[in-house]
Design a protein around this ligand. Structure first.
Ligand SMILES: *[C@@H]1O[C@H](CO)[C@@H](O)[C@H](O)[C@H]1NC(C)=O
Ligand SMILES: *[C@@H]1O[C@H](CO)[C@@H](O)[C@H](O)[C@H]1NC(C)=O
Ligand SMILES: *[C@@H]1O[C@H](CO)[C@@H](O)[C@H](O)[C@H]1NC(C)=O
Length: 311
């Protein structure tokens, strides 16, 4: 799978050409400006910053600190931190929030709904659990790498209301539970600090860490997909495969490119009866992306590492 899908190159070119001169703040994920932007915005208990990653703004704040603390390593490329390749993570979390994917899929509580607690992130959401691993681990590995300006025992994440053993909460417990993923994120931060690393080198280490994270988390949370409509569950599975293609193509997850790419993602949860390319409230681009995704597992079913049961 070490090839660049031709469409990826074309899309990247198109985005770069069509987006010169945007106002960056329009591209930020929902509630970005209102989320915590430094450690001192969080609560302190017993000398530790306490972060509740099951509240959307607090989880987004972790990304905001991460993107901020890594900005200086990307300034060689372009000012304004637009080229920071960590933007892909908060933007995806923002898309999940905006499209209802962080809410309780069984609606047994009002977690994540406007009628209840909109900022609540449900531990029953497959998207939210997968994203936890793509937030907590990169964040804690960054702390461990020393680039966040605090020491490893100075931050603690709060557990979700249930299934707590699936989630590690601090640097030491993540290292002992998920040593392979943590060491891949650590490798990324190490290369980030080498002046000799090229943009492409960094993408390589970022995507290696990202893919390893999804592969491990996917196995833990596969059963959550049962809470969804068949089209949404299929989309989740296909998305996992698509991410492996994005990884193999070293898709540059900068602010602008990720934002443009997201215009092709479903703007709401999929429901029974949704069938690309015929979903009437989706754009042509969204229908096309969904259709292409549905073919990916058939192109290469050996690549579906983040899922067990794909056929
Ligand atoms: C990082 O955060 C600090 C404090 O909030 C702020 O002054 C600075 O401008 C931020 N840097 C970037 C690149 O966003
Ligand atoms: C990390 O979290 C675990 C529980 O998940 C706890 O037992 C341990 O004391 C914590 N370590 C630090 C350094 O806070
Ligand atoms: C997909 O997997 C099946 C068995 O799981 C195998 O028979 C088939 O050859 C695979 N197809 C491709 C394109 O790898």
């Amino acid at each position: 799978m070490a090839f660049l899908p031709p469409w990826a190159g074309v899309l990247v070119y198109f985005f770069c050409v069509s987006l010169a001169g945007s106002d960056f703040s329009d591209l930020y994920p929902p509630l970005w400006l209102k989320s915590p932007g430094q450690f001192s915005d969080y609560r302190v208990e017993n000398g530790k910053y306490i972060i509740d990653p099951w509240v959307y703004s607090e989880r987004m704040g972790m990304y905001k600190i991460l993107v901020n603390k890594t900005a200086s390593y990307f300034e060689n490329f372009v000012p304004d931190n637009e080229q920071n390749i960590l933007w892909g993570l908060p933007l995806q979390n923002g898309w999940q929030f905006r499209t209802g994917r962080l809410a309780d899929p069984r609606r047994r509580k009002d977690c994540g709904y406007e009628s209840g607690d909109l900022l609540c992130i449900s531990v029953d959401s497959w998207w939210a659990d997968m994203n936890y691993f793509l937030c907590a681990l990169p964040f804690l590995a960054a702390v461990d790498s020393g680039i966040m300006g605090i020491s490893s025992d100075e931050v603690m994440l709060l557990p979700p209301p249930k299934d707590q053993t699936n989630f590690c909460l601090n640097v030491s417990s993540c290292q002992s539970s998920f040593p392979e993923i943590m060491s891949k994120w650590n490798a990324f931060y190490q290369h980030l600090q080498y002046p000799s690393s090229s943009f492409e080198d960094l993408l390589k280490y970022l995507w290696a860490a990202h893919a390893s994270t999804l592969e491990n988390a996917g196995k833990i949370f596969e059963d959550r997909l049962e809470y969804y409509s068949k089209p949404e569950a299929d989309f989740g599975r296909n998305w996992c495969v698509a991410v492996e293609y994005l990884a193999a193509s070293l898709f540059p997850t900068t602010l602008i490119i990720t934002h443009e790419f997201q215009k092709g993602l479903p703007p709401r949860m999929l429901v029974n009866g949704d069938r690309a390319p015929f979903i009437s409230d989706f754009t042509d681009f969204q229908n096309a992306v969904l259709l292409v995704l549905s073919f990916l597992p058939r192109l290469d079913n050996s690549s579906a590492h983040c899922l067990i049961a794909i056929s």
